[in-house]
Design a binder for this molecule. Structure first.
Ligand code: NAI
Length: 338
């Protein structure tokens, strides 16, 4: 079943999809870039998620190998592989959720924006496929620079006439996961008990942890605030340097992407009170996109939470974040409109 399906087989596949969904009540999820450093562990963890009935693994290389491997896991999701651009449409047809970790990662000395030239085009092509084949799917964008790739996706969907801001989410979950870990370390708590809102965007100073709103309610010394803010903003670079040329965060990212995708799926299922931080079209600031806490439901982003009270340190950080974000958003928009 690793052979590319032909047209008549696709009909069978769709019927099989319906059966699989009907039987388990699960969702159909595609991972684009599934053979990559993030894609592989992400695909594995999605195969373990009981909310997933069908898992499509797409990449321009190695998709058959990853698919054969993951399909042997004894969990219920049906796994299918799709290799190369000519199979993109089959990979996307009928999907409820599309997760995009396709694209090149950073090497030491690079910023996320240095990836723009390559990844912008990749995200554009993949989103054109989504607009055509599963325009109602929820889309989770992981490919960097997220601050620009989400506006790119929005522009592609607008052009295609399928744009629904509620369904497009930039994944900033890793910033929250890191913040929870580092803050828990300082407080001497179990990270699972800690909740740190991280707002703004997903690069350098645009990553704005709101330490004044940490749960459980905690206070920090000015030194701790500097240390934590810097470590959360540069957590990605910490990994890039430790990997010394072999890429950026993949395992903690796959964990975060699955945590976030699971929240999206529980929202789609109709669970109440699913709140996570994400980079979305927003009116929380004057910028068209901003990351903050959002409530996830049957239609995607159902509510965007306001930032809440900020202290002076955070207000200063917010101004810096907005300045950089504005440029990154504009860069993404111009890439499609030019
Ligand atoms: P990787 O290079 O290991 O994997 C990327 C995969 O994308 C490869 O398998 C490649 O074949 C595939 N790919 C390339 N062009 C494609 C196309 N046109 N269609 C489908 N697949 C394509 O990179 P890695 O480490 O998995 O990172 C992927 C992306 O995620 C990078 O842009 C990285 O910066 C980003 N990232 C985002 C994070 C976030 O918090 N949002 C955190 C860490 C990384």
């Amino acid at each position: 079943h690793l052979q590319p399906p032909n047209d008549s087989q696709m009909g069978d596949l769709r019927r099989e999809n319906c059966r699989a969904k009907g039987a388990s009540g699960g969702f159909k999820v595609a991972v684009l870039g599934a053979a990559g450093g993030i894609g592989q562990p992400l695909a594995m963890l999605m195969k373990m998620n009981p909310l997933v009935s069908v898992l499509h693994l797409y990449d321009v290389v190695n998709a058959p190998g990853v698919t054969a491997d993951i399909s042997h896991m004894d969990t219920s999701a049906v796994v299918r592989g799709f290799l190369g651009q000519q199979q993109l449409e089959d990979a996307l047809t009928g999907m409820d959720l599309v997760i995009i970790p396709a694209g090149v990662p950073r090497k030491p000395g690079m910023t996320r924006d240095d990836l723009f030239n390559i990844n912008a085009g990749i995200v554009k092509t993949l989103c054109e496929g989504i607009a055509k084949c599963c325009p109602k799917a929820i889309v989770n964008v992981i490919s960097n620079p997220v601050n620009s790739t989400v506006p790119i996706a929005a522009e592609v969907f607008k052009k295609a006439g399928t744009y629904e801001p509620k369904r497009l989410l930039g994944v900033t979950m890793l910033d929250v996961v890191r913040a929870n870990t580092f803050v828990a370390e300082v407080l001497g708590l179990d990270p699972r008990e800690v909740d740190v809102p991280v707002v703004g965007g997903h690069a350098g100073v645009t990553i704005l942890p709101l330490l004044s709103q940490v749960k459980p309610s905690s206070s920090f010394t000015p030194k701790e605030i500097d240390y934590l803010t810097d470590r959360i903003q540069n957590g990605g670079t910490e990994v890039v340097e430790a990997k010394a040329g072999a890429g950026s965060a993949t395992l903690s990212m796959a964990y975060s992407a699955v945590k976030f995708a699971d929240a999206c799926l529980r929202g789609l299922r109709g669970d109440a009170g699913i709140v996570q931080c994400a980079y979305v079209a927003s009116e929380v600031t004057e910028l068209p996109f901003f990351a903050s806490k959002v409530c996830l439901g049957r239609t995607g982003v159902e509510e965007i939470h306001p930032l809440g009270p900020l202290n002076e340190y955070e207000r200063t950080g917010l101004e810096k974040a907005k300045k950089e974000l504005a440029g990154s958003i504009q860069k993404g928009v111009s890439f499609i409109r030019k």
